[in-house]
Design a protein around this ligand. Structure first.
Ligand code: C2E
Ligand code: CA
Ligand code: CA
Length: 281
């Protein structure tokens, strides 16, 4: 409707205009959110499937919007990404997650210490100062690098593989873990796995869903677990929602699981309660 065939001009499209305005408003709001730090970080437990112990927490950003309430990432991360605001937003999340992990580690000393992982956008990965930002977050919080993991989604990684591999090598030089997120959701090619400087593969939840139901999904997950292990990586299965998935994953030798079956993402107080029940119950 927007383009007249052959006419060479664009008709005014009220719906499109509305969307553009909405996008602009969101971006302005988001700029303020970064200045005022209106973000809330929720945490989802990651469980060691072989021992049943809690292994770590993934930090997942929420936006505590003054009028619209708590927003999920899919409502604002795409605009944050496009506008570049994901860079300062991501720094806030990283700093908060590092500080929180230190509090939890003090509260519950154990070996190995509780791990925390933070999502990194493509924009952040391409920043030349990324290494300094991470180093500073670790120093200021006192978190040890070995307790921090960074998630990079598969689609981001394969977008510019050489540059991204170099960036990941610089992060890893700090002693931080790297995970490849949403593995299998994009145009996976097995050949790049060999070059990937990641410690962990996170199997996309679309595969976990079919475990025990679809023979193909079960075979794919088993193959990914085996391949990752051969390549020296550990595996997290995402989106574990039911008991049978947990059982199958454990039998397959999958290292870690994450999903509603264990817990939904929790605000910090809820996450602390989870920690306490998992360790002092
Ligand atoms: P992700 O990194 O793959 O995070 C896992 C998502 O799956 C989370 O959605 C989580 O709530 C959801 N999830 C967990 N368990 C289950 C389950 O059993 N079933 C189902 N159906 N879903 C489950 P959430 O929190 O809405 O985050 C969505 C995405 O937003 C994340 O996907 C990540 O890519 C992005 N994101 C989250 N926080 C940040 C951040 O701080 N920075 C950046 N750049 N991206 C972020
Ligand atoms: Ca993630
Ligand atoms: Ca994922």
């Amino acid at each position: 409707r927007a383009k007249e065939a052959g006419g060479g001009y664009e008709m005014f499209d009220p719906a499109m205009h509305q969307r553009a305005l909405g996008r602009l408003e969101l971006e302005n709001d988001l700029r303020r959110a970064v200045e005022e730090d209106e973000f809330a970080v929720h945490y989802q437990p990651i469980v060691n499937l072989q021992t049943g112990e809690l292994w770590g927490m993934e930090a997942l950003v929420r936006w505590d919007h003054p009028e619209r309430g708590l927003l999920d990432p899919d409502e604002f991360v795409p605009v944050a990404e496009e506008s570049g605001l994901v860079v300062p937003m991501g720094e806030l999340v990283l700093e908060e997650a590092c500080r929180r992990a230190v509090v939890w580690q003090r509260e519950l000393p154990r070996t190995p210490p509780l791990a925390v992982s933070v999502n990194l956008s493509g924009r952040q990965l391409r920043r030349p100062d990324l290494q300094d930002v991470i180093r500073r977050a670790l120093e200021e919080s006192g978190l040890s690098a070995s307790s921090l993991g960074l998630d990079i989604t598969e689609t981001v990684y394969i977008g510019a593989m050489d540059a991204n591999t170099a960036a990941l090598d610089r992060i890893k030089a700090l002693g931080v873990r790297v995970s490849l997120d949403d593995f299998g959701s994009g145009y996976s090619s097995l050949s790049y796995l060999k070059r990937l400087p990641a410690d962990i593969l996170k199997v996309d939840k679309s595969f976990t869903k079919g475990l025990g139901l679809e023979a193909e999904d079960t075979a794919i997950v088993q193959t990914v677990v085996d391949l990752a292990h051969i390549l020296g990586m550990e595996v997290v299965a995402e989106g574990v929602e039911v008991d049978v998935q947990e059982t199958l994953l454990r039998e397959m030798g999958c290292d870690f699981g994450q999903g509603y079956h264990f817990s939904r993402p929790l605000p910090p107080e809820g996450a602390l309660e989870f920690l306490n029940s998992a360790y002092r119950g």
